[in-house]
Design a protein around this ligand. Sequence first.
Ligand code: SF4
Length: 225
Amino acid sequence: MINYAPMMTITYRVHDAIYVNLTNRCPCACTFCLRNNARGVFGSDSLWLEREPSLEEAIDSVEGWDWSRFGELVFCGYGEPTERLDALLAVASHMKSHHPTVRIRVNTNGLSDLIAGAPTASRFAGLVDCLSISLNTDDPEEYLRVCRPRFGIAAYPAMLKFATDAAKFVPEVVMTVVDVPVTTLDQQERCRAICARLGVRLRIRRYEAKGGNPPAPAVGSAKAS
Ligand code: SF4
């Protein structure tokens, strides 16, 4: 029997998907991060963890859901999921073995190569069906100013390289920006051109002033990573 720490929201439901909250660590400090002004998302309990769940706890929590009712498992919580890449891939592997029809998605800032200190894209092969990477902007300087990655100016090109590499190993790679007024139409077109060059798809995420991304700066994200 696993004893969970109080308020440990390891998995939570968002519409027809189950989300996995593996860590609160993140190499960024985005000015728009939802963690700055809410304890959870979409009515979840707090996503702040007492401690990081073990792999056993994560799998146990995932298995607590009725998988005949849900079609997708999404790694996305109050932190960057690839900070725990080994655990993430182990949970994904478990799902592929036990619930092979469930789609596996990772919402990420795309900095896993820098976090791991090595190329990581090939590790997602066969385990992850979709990578959703926050592009946020077409401008590396703006990315640095707003996302404040601890890797500095190297973060933006590393994120683009990860997306390019990932497209070779993951069936669907999507890069995201938030719609007007967070980005301008001109910015969106430049982001679309970047994605076309990388061979991935751009998704314009809906702007939600309340309960989603705050109205603040020039770029933003409605999700915690
Ligand atoms: S928005 Fe995502 S990448 Fe940015 S600080 Fe929050 S968790 Fe990290």
